[in-house]
Ligand binder design. Structure first.
Ligand SMILES: [Zn+2]
Length: 71
């Protein structure tokens, strides 16, 4: 997985080999390796938003998502 860039411009879905523009941000944390105040961010397109969220949830990670504003 590639970390989404904080730079401006299009954000691409974090799903491997997906080049869709991300429309969701997924915030998650691995309690085993991340401190409580450390949150990772993935980006996701509509197609993979559910996939990525479930992937993280299935590992028992705390997950929250928010829609990206494109304007
Ligand atoms: Zn995608």
């Amino acid at each position: 997985m590639i970390e989404p860039s904080a730079a401006t411009g299009d954000v691409i879905c974090s799903r491997a080999e997906c080049t869709n523009e991300a429309t969701w941000l997924i915030y998650w944390r691995n309690p085993r390796i991340h401190a409580a105040d450390r949150t990772k961010t993935w980006s996701a397109c509509d197609e993979h938003h559910e996939f990525l969220t479930r992937y993280l949830e299935s590992r028992g990670f705390p997950v929250s998502t928010e829609s990206r504003s494109t304007r």
